[in-house]
Structures are given as C-alpha cells and as structure tokens.
Design a protein around this ligand. Structure first.
Ligand code: HQG
Length: 189
C-alpha cells in the first residue's frame, strides 16, 4: 500500500510528465478519465480508487490537481512537460510583483539567458517571496528574483495564471530580472 505522498508523486508523474508510462491518454487540456487512470494504475501495480484520488486532490497543499465538475476527469493544472498537453490559457494582466526562486548554481546561466522553461512548458512565478524561496531551495542555495511584470506586460509578454494561483510565462529575458538580496531585507541589488 502506497502512502498519500507516494500516490501524489505518482499522479504528478503521470498527469504532468509521463502518461505513457501506464498507457494513459491525456487530452490537450491535460484531462484524463478517472476510471481509465484507476484501471491503468492497477495494471501497473498501483492501487487507486475514486475516494483515495478525491482525498489526495482535496488535501494537496499546492492544489496541483483538479477534478472536472462532472467528477469524471482529473488533471494537473500546471507543471506539465508532456507534449500531449497544450493547454489553451488566457493571458491576463499580472500583479505588480512576481517572484521566481532558483538556486545559486543556476545564476550564471540565468544571467546569460534569462529564465527559460527547461523541461516544463512554462517558467513558474509566484506572488509570494516565501513560496518562491521554497521552490528555489529544492535545487540548492536559494536565490530570489523579482520580475519587472509591469514593464514586461507593457512590452507585450503574455502572463497566464493556473487554477492554483501559480503564474506561468514562456520566458523572462534578463533585463526584467533583479536579484533580491536576502541579507538586506526588502532592498534590491
Ligand atoms: C532554472 C514545483 C539555468 C529554474 C515548484 C529552476 C514550482 C535555469 C530550474 C514548480 C534557467 C527548472 C516549478 C537558465 C531557469 N539556466 N537554469 N536560463 N532558467 N532555470 O523544477 O520553477 O511541487 O522545472 O530557476 O513548487 O523550480 O512540482 O522549475 O530552478 O511551482 O507542484 O531551472 O515545481 O511544484 O526547474 O519549479 P523546474 P521550478 P510541484
């Protein structure tokens, strides 16, 4: 029997990155039929049922997953890398401040290229410094970057927001980035 965390990671893997690992079909908007997911997982020795899925979706701290209004489908709302998913998102005006957390070892490359999406479809941005820092520390010494959203928006960049509040953008060129110095609270360098 797998734990909630293991199942949550399994759902992230299948619904964001590798549905083919269990032979599951996702549509362009990322939806999978829950009944098909349960069957496919079972055939690959992962036991899931409707109730377990509902609990994981409801308890997920980052609200990574969404269940359709009719209760029949499930998807990850962001974080995809699989090319079968190409969500049609509506560009909206961003808030004045958005942050990106990264690790110090990526900074040389970020200074050269700006923020790029890598394996995922988008660069992930947050309205909250703490969230961004937590994201950054997954990869090493965390670095906090502030995005000049006002100028980017004026310059015609498209910002999207996933259902769980995560902001998405395809690329952030270097000139819109500033480093927030953690040692001097609130000040920029
Ligand atoms: C970095 C988690 C070198 C980027 C989190 C990041 C998030 C560059 C890494 C979500 C670069 C990509 C996404 C460049 C960006 N050169 N490195 N030019 N541009 N990077 O995991 O933002 O728990 O794909 O800074 O909470 O860390 O999965 O993206 O460090 O919301 O739901 O390349 O994943 O959510 O790493 O995290 P990732 P991320 P979940």
């Amino acid at each position: 029997m797998k734990t909630h965390t293991q199942i949550s990671k399994f759902l992230s893997l299948i619904l964001r990155h590798k549905p083919e690992q269990i032979g599951l079909q996702l549509d362009q908007e990322g939806w999978a039929k829950i009944a098909e997911l349960i069957d496919a997982a079972q055939q690959h020795n992962t036991f899931l049922d409707d109730e377990f899925i509902q609990t994981i979706v409801a308890q997920c701290d980052k609200k990574r997953f969404q269940i359709s209004d009719d209760g029949l489908n499930i998807r990850a709302v962001q974080g995809h890398s699989t090319h079968t998913v190409q969500r049609e998102m509506i560009a909206i005006e961003p808030p004045q401040h958005l942050y990106h957390g990264t690790a110090s070892r990526f900074m040389e490359s970020i200074q050269a290229q700006g923020l790029i999406a890598g394996q995922r479809h988008y660069v992930h941005l947050s309205e909250h410094k703490e969230t961004a820092l937590n994201v950054g520390q997954r990869y090493g010494k965390p670095i906090l970057l502030l995005i000049d959203t006002v100028q980017m928006y004026k310059d015609g960049f498209a910002f999207y927001q996933a259902e769980n509040g995560v902001w998405l953008i395809t690329h952030v060129p270097t000139q819109y980035l500033s480093l927030i110095d953690q040692t001097k609270t609130g000040s920029l360098v």
